[in-house]
Design a protein around this ligand. Structure first.
Ligand SMILES: [Zn+2]
Length: 111
């Protein structure tokens, strides 16, 4: 189970990827409906999150296409660095929003 915050963050990232897809398609000359709706949904979603979390996410988004990545076998799937045990405890057991020490991406455990 993801914490509410991470659930919202993952949804925010999904929306951003959808919006980007629409913009890419638009660039090659196709007009896709629904962009405004997605942007509105994105804004509503961002408002539900704490400001520092959104700020950190926006910063990461400039650097990475996917700035929120899952952890598998105690490894960050963004940079493939092993996550230290104390961070695993905080992220998985205490369900805190934590960042990878290797790449800075926000981590989540989905099992
Ligand atoms: Zn990483």
């Amino acid at each position: 189970m993801l914490s509410k915050e991470l659930e919202l963050l993952v949804a925010l990232q999904d929306l951003d990827i959808m919006i980007k897809d629409i913009e890419d398609v638009k660039e090659i000359g196709f007009d896709v409906a629904g962009r405004e709706k997605l942007i509105k949904a994105r804004e509503d979603l961002a408002q539900k999150l704490a400001k520092p979390i959104v700020f950190n996410y926006e910063k990461l988004r400039k650097r990475y296409m996917r700035s929120i990545v899952p952890v598998k076998d105690d490894t960050c799937l963004g940079c493939f660095m092993r996550i230290p045990t104390q961070l695993i405890t905080r992220g998985r057991t205490d369900r805190e929003v934590i960042s990878c020490e290797g790449c800075g991406r926000i981590l989540y455990w989905y099992e």
